[in-house]
Each structure stands twice: as structure tokens, then as C-alpha cells.
Write a protein that binds this ligand. Structure first.
Ligand SMILES: [Zn+2]
Length: 363
């Protein structure tokens, strides 16, 4: 991954390049983003740049042995820690998943947890970083670096780390071994130990600017994606998933406006069976479609870049979402999303969500 392959984020690239040029390499960076803004590819490009034998002012060369190993994600001094779902947590180690991980990341460096979990064939269990990982990390740190100037430890979503593991990570960050660079890519730094955060240099990775996005996506998609490359890709390609989410939304709203608690109960049971990542995906979609209904109700204008089935539904549904309930309804989606992320009982969260919406949304 070179800097030129990272979409937008020019200010951050300049900042990172400048820090290398001036020899100020922090031992730990925390790149904080929302899904799809590009923190992960940015971290990879930075690690490759640090170790490139022929780097230029603006990028790694892409051709030296180090760069070639980096682009295959196979450099012996590049280590990954990432969440996944293991059958036997007590034996789980990221290295077991490494071939799958490399294949996945090489195919597309912009992704979210949901896509990764789906790629590993896991749809129900929650992905996490298991406790063994700190031991594995410690033993890797004790090895001399093979050939690189810097040993790089790239931790994707450290917030999914098991508690004892993050305590050990803290110990390591408190006395960082020389010549090692930690790159933490997080979507929820508020869920990390404050003491871990304070040991890192935090870089806020914001949405990709519209101009850079528009070099890859149509104006409609750029508008809808809100600076997230993952979101944009999903809007372009994932028609099937979109349709499934829409059906769930339509069914839920049907239960809500008809106050049908029996149907609501079976709706929540059905969705609860499909796994946390899928539920989270649905809740994000629902938030999105609800806002669109509100905006249409407010401006009475129909935007062309929704699917025909969504347009038809919104035409009738938009009057149900207005200034009197939009805030509460938005909060309900957010709350449910948070609780699902916190491992609450999905069935209860979804049923309760329906009950709350029932008091807010009326025909
Ligand atoms: Zn190079």
C-alpha cells in the first residue's frame, strides 16, 4: 500500500511524511476514524514508507524488496492483530487467520468489521481480539527485527480486545521496545483504556473529501456515502444486502404503525437470529432511511438516487417522520446499535426498539 493508493486524506499524509522527514517517529499512533474513511490503508502506507529503501519525498518506491513484501502483507517485521471469531477462544491466535486476512486485505483495503466477519464465514459470533494475543505479541517483540528499520505492529479495532489483553498491551506501551512502531486503528477510542490512549499520538481521520471520492464514484454515491469508501462500495455493489435491509425496515414499520405486538415479537426474533454484525448493518441502514424520510417530508422533494422500491415506500412513509419525532427516533436507532455492540440480548433490544418506535411513529 502506497500513499498514492489512499483516497484523499492529503493533510494526514503530509503530516506523516513530515514527521518521518524530521525523524520524529512516535512509538505509537492511534488513528481514529469512522468505518471507511481510510485509517487502515493509511496506516499500512505509513508502515511501508517507514521501511522503504528508496523512499521519495512523497511516497514509498513500491519496488524495493521491502515494498514488495509490504504489498504482499508478508514482510517479516509487519505484524497484524485483528478481531475474529474463534471456536476455541483459549487457543485463538490471529496468526491462524493470517492467510485469510492477507487475501481479504489485499483484495480491498477499505473494509469494516462486518465485511471481514462475513469473509471469514462467520455471521453469528462477534469478532474479538482474544487474550492469547498479548503473549504472542510479547514473544514477537523479543525477536530481533529481521531486516526492517522498524518492527510494525498494526492493531485493527483494539476496542475489541479482551480486557486482560489490553492491560498487557498497556504495559508494553508504557515501556515501548526500541525500533517498534505501534499503529492502532480504532473506530471507538472511547472504549479503549484511557491509559492506552494517552500513550499514543492520536490522529483523527475524518471523512474523505468529496473531490477525492468523486474520482472513484458517481456524484449520487458520493453524496450518500458521507466520505466513507466502504459505504460507497456498498451502495454501488451490494444490492442484495440493501434489499434485505429494506424488507426488514418495511416489516418493522408495518408492525409499528399497526401496533401489532405479535408481529413485532416475531420480527425481533427473526432478526435476532441473524448475528450482531448483520443487525448493526440493518440499524445503520434504518437510521439512514429514516433521515431520508424526514428530509423528504421537510422539502417534499424526491431524490433520484434511491432504488425504486425505496422511493415508492418513502413516498407514503415520509409523513410519519417529522420535526416532532425525528430526534427521538434517531436516538432509538443509535441506542439499539450501541447495545447490540455491547453484547446485550439482541431479541430484547430489538423488541424494545419496536416498542419505543411504536410510541413515536404514527400514521
Ligand atoms: Zn520501497
Amino acid at each position: 500500500m502506497q500513499f498514492k493508493d489512499v483516497i484523499g486524506q492529503e493533510t494526514l499524509k503530509k503530516h506523516l511524511l513530515k514527521s518521518v522527514k524530521e525523524g520524529r517517529i512516535p512509538h505509537a499512533h492511534l488513528l481514529w476514524e469512522s468505518e471507511g474513511y481510510g485509517a487502515f490503508p493509511l496506516a499500512l502506507a505509513y508502515a511501508q514508507y517507514l521501511n522503504c529503501h528508496h523512499r521519495t519525498e512523497t511516497d514509498s518506491c513500491g519496488e524495493c524488496p521491502s515494498c514488495r513484501q509490504f504489498s504482499n502483507l508478508a514482510h517479516p517485521d509487519l505484524h497484524f492483530i485483528f478481531p475474529f471469531a474463534a471456536d476455541k477462544p483459549q487457543d485463538a491466535r490471529c496468526d491462524q487467520m493470517l492467510p485469510t486476512w492477507r487475501e481479504f486485505v489485499k483484495a480491498q483495503p477499505y473494509f469494516g468489521l462486518r465485511q471481514w466477519m462475513a469473509y471469514t464465514g462467520e455471521t453469528t459470533k462477534k469478532g474479538m481480539i482474544y487474550s492469547n494475543e498479548s503473549e504472542v505479541l510479547l514473544s514477537k517483540l523479543q525477536l530481533k527485527s529481521y531486516e526492517a528499520d522498524y518492527k510494525t505492529i498494526l492493531i485493527w479495532l483494539p476496542e475489541t480486545m479482551n480486557a486482560s489483553c489490553s492491560n498487557k498491551l498497556l504495559k508494553i506501551l508504557e515501556e515501548p521496545p526500541a525500533g517498534t512502531v505501534f499503529l492502532l486503528v480504532s473506530e471507538h477510542p472511547e472504549q479503549l483504556l484511557q491509559t492506552v490512549v494517552s500513550r499514543t499520538q492520536m490522529l483523527r481521520v475524518g471523512p474523505v473529501d468529496a473531490e477525492s471520492m468523486s474520482q472513484h464514484f458517481s456524484p449520487e454515491i458520493v453524496h450518500l456515502a458521507g466520505g466513507s469508501v466502504t459505504q460507497a462500495r456498498q451502495l454501488v455493489g451490494d444490492e442484495g444486502e440493501n434489499r434485505a435491509y429494506f424488507e426488514l425496515y418495511r416489516q418493522l414499520m408495518n408492525c409499528v404503525v399497526t401496533k401489532n405486538l405479535v408481529a413485532l415479537k416475531s420480527w425481533s426474533e427473526q432478526l435476532a437470529g441473524s448475528g450482531r454484525e448483520q443487525i448493526a448493518g440493518f440499524l445503520e441502514y434504518a437510521q439512514h432511511l429514516t433521515r431520508e424520510a424526514f428530509i423528504r417530508n421537510l422539502n417534499n422533494e424526491q431524490l433520484s438516487y434511491y432504488n425504486p422500491y425505496e422511493n415508492e415506500f418513502l413516498q407514503k412513509f415520509m409523513r410519519c417522520i417529522h420535526t416532532g419525532n425525528i430526534e427521538r427516533v434517531s436516538e432509538e436507532w443509535t441506542r439499539a446499535h450501541r447495545e447490540i455492540g455491547q453484547n446485550a440480548n439482541s431479541k430484547l433490544v430489538l423488541f424494545d426498539l419496536g416498542l419505543q418506535l411504536l410510541t413515536q411513529i404514527k400514521l
